[in-house]
Every structure is written in C-alpha cells, then in structure tokens.
Design a protein around this ligand. Structure first.
Ligand SMILES: [Zn+2]
Ligand SMILES: [Zn+2]
Ligand SMILES: [Zn+2]
Length: 326
C-alpha cells in the first residue's frame, strides 16, 4: 500500500499524468476507450494528444495501471497478422473441405406437418414458402414450419456442411492464416480508481497551495517528504517544513479529505509514523473537519489539528499552529 502510494506520488508530479487525471477529475473523460482505426489499429486519442504521439501510450497507461491510479476492463481482443503485424484483419468463414470462403449460408427449414427438411431457398416461390414435397404453403413460423439450423454450401466444390472453418485475412498484406497462427492481445478501457480520487484532490488542490504558503512564510518545505525513523524505515509525509534559522525543528503534516467528516484512520496512520520519526511537531490537516473521536485521539497522540473547508481557511489556521510552542 505504502509503495503503491509512493509510486503514485511520483506519477502525480509528471505533467502528462496531471493533464490526463485532470480530464478524469473534471469529468471530461469518464472512461478512456480506444477507437479503432483500420490503418493503425486501436488508439487512445486523448492520451496521444497529451504525449504528442502514439509510441509511449502503452507504457504510460501501464504505469498508471500498475500504480493503481487507473483501473481497466477488457474492451476487446486485437488480432494481429502474423506476417506483417497489422490489426486490419477480417474473418472468413470457409468450406472445411476445400478451404474456399466462397460459401452460401442458408437456414434449414422443416415443414412440421410432413416432416420434410431442406434449405430455405428450396421452399421459396416468389414471396411465399411452399413445401417442395407436399406443395402446401408454409404460413406461420414455429407453427407450420420451424428453422432447424444453419446449412452451408460451398460454391467452389459443391459440398455442404453446418459448421464452417474460421480463417483470417490480412487486408494489408493479403496473408491468410488460421487461429493457430494468429497473435491475440487484450485491449482495455480505463477509468479513474475512485480510491485515489481524494488522494489526487488532496495532493493538487491542497498540498500545493499549503506548500507555497509555507515557503512564503519562510519555511523550507519538502512535499512529499521521506523521513527516516528510529527503526531505520523511511516514512512518507505529505509535507515536512523546516525553519531556516532553527534547522533542527521539523514539522510534519498529512492532509486528509473526507466528504463530511475525517475519520480516526489518518490520525492513527500519522501517529504510527511520528512514533518512529519523532518530529518536533505533527499536524493533521483535516478537510473539511475532523470527527470528535478522531480529535480526542489526536489530542492524546499530541497531533495538532488544522481544519478548514478551503485553502484560505487552512493556511490561516496553520499560521497559528506551526511551531506555536517554539
Ligand atoms: Zn499482414
Ligand atoms: Zn469447398
Ligand atoms: Zn410438406
């Protein structure tokens, strides 16, 4: 989980990732679907526009998927020509005897009353269906007659069969090939992982302006910050702030966002980290506010709480809390 978040934090700093995610966040893209272009195969136009071309699209989407920023669902399977690699492939249904794709597909019709069965063409007389055996007219489907299946006839060798062979034809290089030779790859449609939506909002909408405010107030800031604990483990905080003149004083901050009330969970997570890192002060920024139980817990753990609905409210509250005892 922590490594996943670390990888995501790195990705969020990539301007190309920011452009794509802002399209998801704004609703401009709800699902990223590929569009098929016969000459090129499947393409993600929105991502190509961001990256400036098709060559890095697959890598880009794979990285975001592996870091769980986006989720995917199987959208299609692409068939590749084994000779030239083109995705411009058609399917031929062929005669299993002579392999010709010049076949006639017909329905088998059974006259219920007399039991006679033949292909539909042999019943057809103008616009009517007449039984070739007893010469009665077939009027009501599923009463007078029923469709008894599919029957194919090869126009080249004249043989009949019910299940054709499936073969593929490359429209680019005219190669013909079968299932055994075809290359198949999965194609995906992507959506934003809902669990990282608040992580992104926290990172972009709140962490960036808080960082800016701290720098303007004379702090040195790292965001995200990786601090080594007594145990030797590295811990990530959304923000770490140092005073230039008092270099040993460090304040760490995590930003937690909830729709209405932030729960105990981010308090516990922050406590576990500061227990190991032992910073001079720890602040939890709760947007819009922290729950009552979580507040009691924060008090117990000596975690300062800053609440606010917006950036202005938070930076004002922060001013008072930062190093208030130093
Ligand atoms: Zn080909
Ligand atoms: Zn044939
Ligand atoms: Zn009949």
């Amino acid at each position: 989980m922590q490594t996943g978040k670390l990888e995501r934090m790195k990705l969020y700093k990539d301007p190309n990732v920011q452009v794509l995610l802002s399209k998801f966040l704004s609703g401009e893209i709800s699902e990223l679907k590929p569009a098929f272009n016969p000459g090129f195969g499947y393409r993600y136009a929105e991502v190509e526009a961001i990256l400036g071309g098709p060559s890095k699209v697959e890598d880009f989407l794979d990285r975001l998927y592996e870091a769980k920023v986006i989720e995917r669902r199987l959208y299609d399977k692409i068939l590749y020509c084994p000779s030239c690699g083109s995705q411009n492939i058609s399917t031929h249904y062929c005669c299993p005897y002579c392999k010709s794709f010049n076949i006639q597909k017909s329905s088998l019709v059974e006259h219920v009353k007399c039991g006679y069965m033949d292909v539909e063409e042999n019943f057809r007389k103008g616009r009517k269906l007449i039984c070739p055996k007893c010469h009665e007219e077939l009027k009501k489907p599923n009463v007078d007659y029923r469709k008894a299946g599919i029957w194919c006839t090869c126009k080249d060798c004249g043989k009949s069969f019910d299940i054709p062979d499936t073969r593929h034809f490359c429209r680019e290089c005219q190669a013909e090939f079968t299932f055994e030779n075809v290359e198949i790859r999965d194609v995906y449609a992507y959506t934003l992982n809902e669990e990282v939506r608040s992580e992104i909002t926290a990172g972009w909408i709140f962490v960036a302006p808080i960082k800016e405010f701290l720098i303007e107030s004379g702090f040195e800031v790292e965001a995200p910050a990786f601090l080594k604990g007594k145990s030797g483990a590295n811990h990530m905080f959304d923000i770490a702030a140092y005073r230039k003149e008092i270099t040993k004083k460090v304040a760490v901050m995590d930003v937690a966002i909830a729709k209405e009330v932030v729960s105990e969970q981010p308090v516990i997570a922050l406590f576990a980290k500061i227990y190991d890192v032992a910073p001079d002060s720890a602040i939890l920024v709760a947007i819009p506010k922290l729950g009552d139980n979580a507040k009691k817990m924060a008090d117990l753990y000596n975690i300062k709480v800053v609440e606010g609905k917006n950036v202005k409210g938070i930076t004002n509250a922060l001013k008072e809390k930062l190093f208030e005892n130093s």
